[in-house]
Design a binder for this molecule. Sequence first.
Ligand code: 5BU
Length: 463
Amino acid sequence: MDKVQLVTSLYKIGAIKFGHFTLKSGQTSPIYLNLRQVISYPDLLRAIANLLWEKIRSCRFDSLCGVPYTALPIATCMSLQHSVPMLIRRKEKKAYGTKQKIEGVFKPGEHCLIIEDVVTSGGSILETALDLAEEGIQVMDVAALIDREQGGKESLHQKNYNLHAALTLSEVLAILLNSAPLSEAERLLINQLIAERTHISQRKSYAARASFCKNELTKKLWTLMDEKRTNLAFSADVTSGEELLALADRLGPEICILKTHIDIIEDFHPELTVQLRRLAQQHQFLIFEDRKFADIGHTVKLQYAGGIYHIADWADIINAHSLPGLRMITGLAETGLKMKRGLLLLAQMSSTNNLLTPEYTEKTVAIAKQFPEFVMGFIAQKKLSSDPQWIYMTPGVHLSTEGDALGQQYVTPQQAILENGSDVIIVGRGILKAKDPLAAAKLYRSAGWEAYEESLKQVAPAV
Ligand code: 5BU
C-alpha cells in the first residue's frame, strides 16, 4: 500500500475528520487525526508499520518503544515483522510490585527508537524519552506517521532527537484533495487551509507586498502602512459632520484608513468631504466609504459618481457586494480607474447567520482576479488566497469579543492579523465608545501592529 492509498483509506475509515476540534495542546483545529481505530483494520496497521520501517531502517537502535497508547500496536507490528525487541512505557506509575515505568528487558546505554502516530508539539514523545532516559536508555531517533508541522520537529531537534515522519500534514491535505472522495465543503476547506499554510509560511512584509499589486492605490496603502507603522482603520460611525471631522483630526495620526458611512451624517454638506480630504492629506490616511454597492452596473455608476454625495470625488476606497456579478464592477471601474481609486469586494461578513457561504466567498475571489487594476482586495474575516496582490480588511474587531445585540460578532486584533492572516483591522465602537477614543485608538494600533510583527516571525502554521 503506498502513501496515497493509505491516506485515502484513513479518510474512508474516519481517521481523518474535518470540523471544529480542540487538540490535546488546547489549540483548536479544523482537522482531527484519530488513528486509534486502525487496530480494527489489520491491513492498514501493517501498511503504517511498513511505511515507518522504511523511514528508519538505516537508523541505529536496539529496541522500539511506542508512545502510549495509539502507537503501541504500530510498534508491536514493527517489532514482530523485523524481530526487534520492544519496550513499553507505563503512562501511570505502578503503585505495587516493581513500580517501574519501563517494561521489558534492557541494558543501560542501549539505544531505543520511539514510535508515534501523530506529532503535534512533540510533548508526548519528550515525556517518553525522559522516562527512558531515567532508566539510562538513549534515544536518538523518533519515527512518526504524520507530522502536523506545528513545531514538534523543531522542539525535538532542540533536544537532539531526529524526527522521521512518513507524512506531513501538508502532504496529507494534498493527497486528500487529489484522491479522496471529499464533500464539496471539505474540498473548499482543504483548499483554504492549503492557501493559508502557504501564505503564513511565506508571509511577506507590507512593504514587500507593494510590488505584487496591480492597483496603484493598494501600492500607496502598503507603503503608507509600512512607513506610518499602522494597520488600523477607524470606522467613524457618527451622525454629525462636526464630530466626524473632529475625530478624523484627532485620530488621523494613528490610522491608515478612515472608514465612513456618509449616509448616516444628518447635517451632510459637500464642504464636509472637502474638509475630510484636507485632513487625509495632512495626517496621511486614505478614506474608505463603506457604501456596499449592490446593484446593476448602470445604477452603481450613478450612485458612485453622482447623487448628493459624489462619492468618487472624495473616497479613495469603496466596497461592493459581488452578488450582482461582473458587470457591476465594470460600472464602478469606469469612474474609479479614471480617478485612481480602489474597490474592495465583500467576500465575508462579520454578522451572525449571514448568507455569504464558502462557495460565494470562493466565487468572489475568482471575480476579483478579472479586475486586478481596480480591485484592491477583500473585506473578509480571514485571508482567502495565497496571491499576495490582495489586501484583506477585517471588520468586527474589538478587544472584548462579546458582540452586540444586533448580530455583530467580534475577533481580537491578534486573531484577525496573526491567526486569520488579515492585513487591516477595522475598529468602530471599540474606539468610539471608549472614554478616551484617542487612547483607545493607540491601544488598537499597537495591538494590530504587534500582531503583524509577530506574524512575520511565524514559520510553522497551526492547522
Ligand atoms: P463596530 O462598531 O467595530 O462593530 O463597527 C464595524 C463597522 O464595520 C461598521 O461600520 C459596520 O458597518 C462595518 N462592517 C461590519 O461590521 N461587518 C461587516 O461584515 C462589514 C462591515 Br462588510
